[in-house]
Design a protein around this ligand. Sequence first.
Ligand SMILES: Cc1ncc(COP(=O)(O)O)c(C=O)c1O
Length: 415
Amino acid sequence: MSRPDPDIDRILTEAAGRFGTPAYVYLTDLIEERIAALEAAFGRWFRLSYAMKCNPNPALLSWLKDRVPFIDVSSGGEFMLATGAGWNPARASFTGPAKREAELGRVIRDGLGELVIESLREARLADRIAGEAGRRQDVLIRIAPDRVPKGFGDQMAGRPSPFGIDVEEAPAALAEILSLPNLRVAGMHVYSGTQCLKPAAIVENWGIFIAIFRELCAAHDLRPDRLIFGSGLGIPYHPGDAALDLDEVAAAAAPGLEALKADPRFAGTELVLELGRYLVGPAGYFVTRVISTKDSRGSRIAICDGGMNGHLAASGHFGMVLRRNYVMHRVGEDEGGEEKIDISGPLCTSIDKLGSNVALPRVEAGDLIAIHASGAYGPTSSPVNFISHPTPREVLATGGQLTDATRIEGAGLRD
Ligand SMILES: Cc1ncc(COP(=O)(O)O)c(C=O)c1O
């Protein structure tokens, strides 16, 4: 159980009252603070790129476009959403292991900044499409390292993986890509692990990237415009998780990054930190209303209007091995006294559970439960149409001003 912040509770209560529940509420003031913290810690080396897969809400994208220099899209659809929200396509990179011809054609013709090449198939296809469009397309080569340190919640390399070109294959692949007439190798990209709360592991991982960048660039005599570092920065989700100390990460990363910057080969290179959840995750709350409570065989259960269908990650079914409760609180004044309660959703399945044995003040029908760390991998990562309940509302809260930013309208019957 986490103590409610009265200012945040006021916003969550107003959002639920005005727009309905379940609802995601994104607090842009908190995102602003996170951008400032990242810039203070890493700004001397890195510029930021927002991986929009974690939250592609158009209102949020539009807000972010004046605050973060770059954006990473992972599909033609995300590219359309980003440009529709006002992002200049030249500021976008495009990652993803299964890019289709139609998507490549669209982004290349529309002026994508950098195509992140994940395979030779993709390089050859992009070269043909760029030639037909009369363009020379900037590309970054995505490398899959052979090692990811322990401590990452999700590993995308270090074992067989669909992402990027395996580092062992990279020298030969790079030689071929460099020979393609309609592609220009502007740099490299590594994103090998995510959700890490251990500073030493993050820094070790960046060290692996640096070694790869140095070796490949030296072997091919490249002076890259840009090197993208997949941040791996994690956020606390569960009771007892400690937030990352960015200064600790920066202090430990400084020698490797300074040495890279001091190398004449990289004098003109821009380093980019690609990240999603760290920027927006802790700035979002999922608010679900208790429809009824049940005392069942010694347990008390709150049955809510939004559960796994609205927030798959909090139900433990989005890449978690063991289900653990997210930090959550009951919205409203805390009169003291807590009891253990299970939090379940509206679906007819026993896996629709947002909390087990959570210590909360007495919960009654009509109360609101707020799940923390919900600004990333929320509505678009959830089976929102399962059983056709109303899809979650999305609300952008900027300095106390609330805007309905709902993107997904399902078949659900609203109140
Ligand atoms: C290529 C790439 N970039 C960025 C991200 C964003 O990761 P996170 O939201 O954990 O920062 C991911 C996550 O899967 C990814 O695959």
